[in-house]
Design a protein around this ligand. Structure first.
Ligand SMILES: *Cc1c(COP(=O)(O)O)cnc(C)c1O
Length: 405
């Protein structure tokens, strides 16, 4: 449709859909079909050579999926988008698209565990190397760029340490060297941060998280700024590797997406409130939250994010045993990986999401055994705080007993 709305809140609800073209249905129809019928043999031929617009086969495109792709492209201020069957399918499509044997990828200091696994596989099988960099100054980035570097792969905020990478800085250095920038924007969602605005070439999401927001779908999205390049990606990597999304999952995401702005505002508000509570707890050592004024990169976070989002990490005095005791003491908050759901979730990165990373490397990334990550949900903040409070009390009693014995 190409309709542009002034505000994201409106685009979240309307972009890419015209009821008049779908039997006047207010809700977006689910085209749960694998293939499409050609009106004639000649039209089938024309669709295959691209002379006629129209559907062919759902791996090449599906009307429900297309609405999601159009909507998300608009929300990220990109030209077009592709939907995938998982966040990792989007990550791998982006990396396979921009690299070839012999190339090098420069990554931010922390990246998602499976992205790390993928890069190791690309290194072993295809001799595509990678290295990590804090990316905190121009000089630091420049020193790590090699003749064979083709792209900067960035996550910000970094999982789970909430370090911020300055997108404007990274994109400036990348463009000077003709390098592509890929940003994993899962933690912020397109409502809080838009990396293409700072000069990134690709943005990707695990739509499993905030975009769907209801914990019932695994999916990924990849948005690009150049429409022709994205069409090329669609017709090569996506078509031939085939990591597409099912129409039903696209439909569920479109349904979840409608409330993204309302949810994100509440996630951030609840998180901001809990940060204050955690600061007052004697058991908590360090707190990592982008919009905490004590965060060392608070100014950069404010520059590129609309609000702090729903993820808080913190360290607890006493290491792994105490961390696990705290988790087991919670009553409402669920022990689970993933994030961005209505339910508040807690996980222990060292033994869960980041357990595949060798301990020394993990410690260097700031992921100690005392670190916990909370995905703050949409419950009333008083109930979330009360659950943490009662669990802290249990930990204190437990510690007092252990000292006595
Ligand atoms: C979950 C996640 C992914 C992977 O997405 P899946 O949908 O689980 O495949 C990638 N990056 C980040 C930051 C994530 O949180």
């Amino acid at each position: 449709m190409g309709n542009k709305f002034i505000q994201k809140e409106t685009a979240i609800i309307h972009t890419g859909y015209d009821s008049l073209q779908h039997h006047d249905s207010l809700s977006i129809p689910l085209y749960q079909t694998s293939t499409f019928v050609f009106p004639s043999a000649e039209q089938g031929e024309r669709r295959f050579v691209g002379e006629e617009q129209g559907n062919i086969y759902s791996r090449l495109g599906n009307p429900t999926v297309r609405i999601l792709e159009e909507r998300i492209a608009e929300l990220e201020n990109g030209s077009s988008a592709l939907a995938f069957g998982s966040g990792m399918a989007a990550v791998s499509a982006a990396l396979i698209h921009v690299t070839k044997t012999g190339d090098h990828v420069l990554c931010s200091r922390g990246i998602y565990g499976c992205t790390f696994g993928l890069l190791n596989m690309l290194q072993e099988k295809y001799n595509i190397s990678h290295s990590f960099n804090a990316m905190s100054t121009e000089q630091e980035i420049e020193e790590s760029i090699k003749p064979e570097t083709v792209c900067l792969y960035v996550e910000t905020p970094i999982n789970p340490t909430m370090e911020i990478v300055d997108l404007e800085l990274v994109c400036r250095v990348a463009s000077r060297h003709g390098l592509k920038v890929i940003v994993d924007n899962t933690f912020s969602s397109p409502y809080l941060q838009n990396p293409l605005d700072f000069g990134a070439d690709y943005v990707l999401h695990s739509a499993t998280k905030y975009i769907n927001g209801h914990g019932d779908v695994i999916a990924g999205l990849l948005i690009g700024k150049d429409a022709e390049d994205m069409m090329n990606l669609r017709l090569t990597v996506q078509k031939d590797i085939g990591g597409i999304i099912s129409p039903f999952d696209a439909w569920l995401i479109l349904r979840g997406l409608k409330t993204l702005h309302v949810r994100m505002d509440r996630h951030s508000e609840n998180a901001q409130n809990l940060v204050a509570f955690l600061q007052s707890s004697p058991l908590v050592d360090q707190i990592y939250y982008p919009f905490d004024p004590a965060h060392p990169q608070y100014a950069i976070a404010k520059k590129q994010m609309k609000s702090g989002g729903g993820l808080i990490s913190f360290t607890i005095h006493g290491g792994k045993e105490v961390a696990q005791f705290l988790m087991n003491s919670l009553e409402m908050i669920k022990i689970a990986v993933s994030l961005g759901d209505a339910e508040t979730l807690i996980q222990h990165p060292a033994t869960m999401t980041h357990s595949v990373i060798p301990e020394t490397e993990r410690e260097q990334m700031g992921i100690s055994n005392s670190l916990l990550r909370v995905s703050v949900g949409l419950e009333h903040v008083d109930d979330i705080r009360a659950d943490l409070e009662q669990a802290f009390t249990k930990v204190e009693n437990h510690l007092a007993e252990t000292v006595q014995n």
